[in-house]
Design a protein around this ligand. Structure first.
Ligand code: MEV
Length: 327
């Protein structure tokens, strides 16, 4: 028997980094997905293969053996997957051997939540295969636990959107609220191609907070105002204001040191080509930027970002969170 499940990537429209300190953030799931296939095995190995990362390895008891690719990378990328599988096995009540095949269309370490999408897809596939009754809330929790191994102190925004899909207003202490989005949010995503670690970026901001607590407090206050104003703009279907707010939000992110030269090139190119607004998305330090534009401008902006050295795609919001594709 085999089960295939998937979960979406995301873009944070407003509020990354500040969300780690309890501020609200706005996030949407996009139509790029990570897929996971789970199959039973006759032995007790948890065999994981990722076609896009070109890695294969298995866990058996406390042993970890890499069959393909760089051992350090395999350990780093597969450890969260192993944790998710173990959590499902705990609920299952007995050990089982499994083959897990990951196939993701989401750029890795680029700010689009690829690791959370992979783990949410794996959790859904494995629990369905083993007939373990698991709520969406539990998929979220397991994905969040797995993210902690990868990212240190994540806010939970990536696991939430990968699990539930749609658009969310996310806040750490109050949880997340689905957002009703009655407008099209035309976005070009530009990938700098520079992989970076969320953990490193989050740690960098923490250190800055320790050194400049008052200044960081003001910036954090401003970040909250941006999200509040963006909620109004969303209600009014006011694309221009959303764009302007993205530019202001990016200025704050630049200020706290999480932009870099590669992102600035792409963001400036998008603005020059007529984007209503552009900002980095996710943890920064490389990875992806987003440009908001009128539909008729999307291609032109895409082209400008490509000329500036990025790879691009046009993203659409998806309402589908983690789901079973085939059982
Ligand atoms: C990563 O997608 C967003 C950050 O705010 C980290 C987090 O919220 O866990 C940078």
């Amino acid at each position: 028997m085999e089960v295939i499940a998937s979960a979406p990537a995301k873009v944070i429209l407003f509020g990354e980094h500040f969300v780690v300190y309890g501020e609200p953030a706005m996030v949407i799931a996009i139509d790029k997905r990570a897929y996971a296939k789970a199959q039973n095995r006759s032995d007790k190995r948890i065999y994981i293969r990722s076609s896009n990362l070109n890695l294969a390895a298995y866990f058996e008891n406390s042993n970890f053996k890499v069959e393909k690719g760089d051992p350090k990378e395999a350990k780093l990328k597969f450890e969260p997957v192993r944790l998710a599988v173990e959590k499902v096995l705990e609920k299952h009540g007995e050990t089982a051997g499994l083959n897990i095949e990951i196939n993701s269309t989401v750029p890795v370490a680029a700010g689009l939540g690829s690791s959370a999408a992979v783990v949410a897809a794996v959790t859904t596939a494995v629990s369905t295969l083993l007939n373990v009754n698991i709520s969406r809330e539990e998929v979220f929790r397991i994905t969040y636990e797995a993210e902690k191994i990868m990212h240190g102190t994540p806010s939970g925004i990536d696991p939430a959107i990968a699990t539930f899909g749609g658009a969310l207003l996310f806040q750490m202490d109050t949880g997340f609220k689905p957002l009703e989005v009655k407008m099209d949010i035309p976005l070009v995503i530009g990938d700098t191609g520079i992989e970076r670690s969320t953990r490193v970026q989050v740690d960098k901001v923490r250190e800055l907070r320790e050194r400049y607590p008052q200044i960081m407090e003001s910036l954090t206050w401003a970040a909250r105002q941006i999200v509040m104003r963006a909620l109004e703009a969303l209600k009014d279907k006011d694309l221009e204001t959303l764009g302007e707010l993205m530019n202001i939000n990016h200025a704050l992110l630049y200020g706290i040191g999480v932009s870099d030269e590669s992102l600035e090139w792409l963001i400036n190119a998008a603005r020059k080509a007529g984007a209503l607004g552009a900002k980095l998305t996710g943890a920064g330090g490389g990875g992806c930027m987003i440009a908001l534009a009128r539909n008729e401008k999307l291609e032109e902006i895409s082209e400008a970002i490509r000329r500036a050295g990025g790879t691009t795609f046009i993203a659409r919001k998806t309402d589908e969170g983690a789901r079973i594709e085939r059982a």
